[in-house]
Write a protein that binds this ligand. Sequence first.
Ligand code: TPP
Ligand code: MG
Length: 577
Amino acid sequence: MAKQKMTPSEALVETLVAEGVKNVFGIVGSAFMDALDLFPAAGIRFIPVAHEQAATHAADGMARVLGTPQACIAQNGPGAANFVSAMTAAYWAHSPVVALTPETGTMGIGTGGFQELDQMPMFEKSVVYQVRVNRAERMAELARRAFYMAKNLNGPTQLNIPRDYFYGELQDEIYTTPVIKRGAGSLDDLEAAAKMIKDAKFPVIVSGGGVSQRDALAEVVALAEYLTAPVVNSYLHNDTFPASHELACGPIGYCGSKAAMRTLAKADVVIALGTRLGPFGTLPQYDITYWPENAKLIQCDTNINILDVAKRADVYSCGDVKEFTDLLLKRVKELMPGLAKDNARLAEVEKEKKAWDEEKKEWGFAVKTEKMHPRLLHDEWTKALPKNSIVTTDIGNNSSMINGYLKFEGVRQHISALSWGNCGFAYGAAMGAKIAKPDAPVIAFQGDGAYGISGVAEVMTAVRENIPVIAIVACNYEWGAEKKNQIDYYDNRFVGANLRENPDYAKLAEDMGAKGIRVEHPDQVGDAMKEAIASGKPCVINAIVEGGEKVLAEPFRRDALKMPVRYLDKYKHLNAK
Ligand SMILES: Cc1ncc(C[n+]2csc(CCOP(=O)(O)OP(=O)(O)O)c2C)c(N)n1
Ligand SMILES: [Mg+2]
């Protein structure tokens, strides 16, 4: 398209169209009504949510499933402020969300008139790029920039628009911004990595989120198979290697797979692909100190900011993980032609997996509980997942427990809150994922506490907008993850940890026009999943599970908590015994 006369609203909406944005979540507001009015004619569906946080999580979910930038929009001031937490989740997830944030008009800034807030500092640390439209004529240029930066820096961006700058006129052209190819990184690094692998006795691959984002599964599988190298998923990325593969060991990190951790511990060379090896994701778990400190480490990631953050590597490659892995295998094949399958290593992997599976199975029956043991729930619902399912996971004790159960065959199926760690992520993200992939069953998994933060209200959105996501609420009547800390560190003194008088979320869902199913026994879970999927309606499965000391997994932040010390007489009785 050559340069044309258009209004800033037209420029913004046409940029969305050029970038393939077909759905925008948000809440209607006067500040951007001039642009909103164009959405239907532009072929863009506007999806109103109950709270703007869910709009950003939805854009994030869409972006992670589709691999392209997605947008959310809100009223200036309070609407935009409601984006911030979810934008930060997208930031740490390297997810390209473009937040369109209208702002107080330029003639009102500084007067505290109505809904005024300086929206640049508010998002500054949560975006890879932000810009304020400082002249109406620059709308197309700066909107383009926001998309360019989101897709090429893999992260959220903010286009901040004083509300009067939707009006006016400009001359510009509209085009789809390019994706700049990175290549495999330095060939010297690649050579060093290949030589290190040649000398390895027990190489193990850590397959990270970058593998999912770059659709690099085939390359990682080929490398793993040629080397007979076991593969572990990085923390909260269970979709980065096909779980049914004989070399798949499952995820490392909190509540992950012991087979993965025990296998990684044996490595003499670790090949870390598309991962920052997040400090939290490599901590000892289940009392297994699995990170092989003496192993050589090769780390490839496209983002230079995350290399050398948590682990010191012997070879770094700042390259595209797909191209790096592909070229690395070619070079490895030249250095080690005709490498035979290592059956002994395969047998070792098999043995570890079997041992972990058996241990996990027994766990659910190890203690007698009044209500359903959460591990039996998790075993059943994850077994009932169709292969193409997408699961969004929240933060909490049950949301973590499921890391040991969730298995995927393909990428972009495990969408989690990751290191922002905010309760209230799953439902919004699930709505976005469902819009992105309407044919895939999409499950939002959360605890009862997290569901209250940003879940239950969004069931109204799902019903109004006919977005048939399935919520599983692990209803243990407590903020279990935090309660576990009060059990282990504060001698069972529960302050703010109980959630008494929860409504029946299944009934509540029915009242809101969704389908509601209450499950109280493991035998009901598989059927509930089938029924929910078949219904084609938004559905809430209220799973009543045991809580408390008997069943809660080990605390989330054992790394950061200390036993209490009190000096004042008034508080001395609260000292650790
Ligand atoms: C927005 C936000 N608020 C508070 C926390 C602290 N927090 C972490 S886990 C957790 C408990 C979650 O409870 P629930 O969702 O019921 O899941 P459960 O642990 O019981 O399985 C809380 C409050 C958080 N991570 N995010
Ligand atoms: Mg709970």
